[in-house]
Design a protein around this ligand. Structure first.
Ligand code: SF4
Length: 232
């Protein structure tokens, strides 16, 4: 692990220097720079980023937000990864169980106030977990959706004071598919049932061919992100 110094300048420089680097090179830089203060996050829709990290940073922490409202298929992929890849999967639970949340805020909060539900079940647990890290990686890609077209490879999140790394930001869906096939990776079966982007079960629906993949998330609301990724 190198001395980080000014993380803002570091992230700016890395964002420029690593723009054309491979995902493996980006992950190696993160491991060298942040050591155990670096983690990977995954929603277990696919397992490409986690597998890349397992090869380049074996033993790395993989943070999964276990909201209590995931599809059983997603949990099965998580369990397969934990059993077969050399990573440490950390399933992070919210302070309130779903039943406790129902009691305090009323049932089906996701259908009435998804921002509050995401805040309680995703954003706050993640912020608490992030106290143990200086940098984190996510599997965002520019070709996933128009709203993610500007995804940077490395940038500094001032609001969280973390360096955010998107090692496969430049990858296309074809590259993801080729990597998945090459390494025979576990894939969430819902991806083959039209669920192009997979989150909690109550807030995810299948999309039609050609539709924006993220149109299936919070389809009843003007909302396309849960608050984890759209930070500056
Ligand atoms: Fe709640 Fe839906 Fe957000 Fe999951 S995705 S935390 S169910 S609002």
């Amino acid at each position: 692990m190198t001395t980080v110094g000014d993380p803002v300048a570091l992230a700016e420089r890395a964002g420029r220097d690593l723009e054309d680097a491979t995902a493996e090179e980006i992950l190696a830089w993160a491991a060298r720079t942040f050591g155990a203060r670096f983690c990977v996050t995954s929603s277990f829709a696919d397992t490409v980023l986690v597998h890349l990290a397992s090869r380049i940073v074996p033993g790395v922490d993989v943070v999964f937000l276990d909201t209590g409202l995931h599809f059983s298929e997603t949990l099965a992929v998580r369990d397969t990864v934990a059993a077969t890849m050399p990573v440490r999967v950390r399933s992070i639970r919210p302070a309130l169980t779903v039943a406790q949340q129902d009691e305090r805020h009323g049932p089906r909060l996701y259908a009435r106030d998804p921002d509050l539900c995401c805040d309680l079940r995703k954003v706050r647990p993640l912020e608490e977990t992030f106290a143990g890290y200086d940098a984190w990686a996510a599997g965002l890609r520019r070709d996933e959706s128009p709203s993610r077209a500007g995804t940077r490879v490395v940038h500094y999140e001032h609001s969280r004071r973390k360096v955010k790394i998107n090692p496969i930001a430049r990858w296309t869906q074809a590259q993801v598919d080729a990597y998945t096939a090459k390494w025979r990776l576990p894939v969430n079966p819902l991806l083959h049932a039209g669920y192009a982007s997979i989150g909690c079960a109550p807030c995810t629906r299948a999309v039609a061919p050609g539709e924006d993949p993220r149109a299936g998330r919070w389809a009843m609301f003007d909302k396309s992100e849960c608050g984890l990724h759209d930070r500056l």
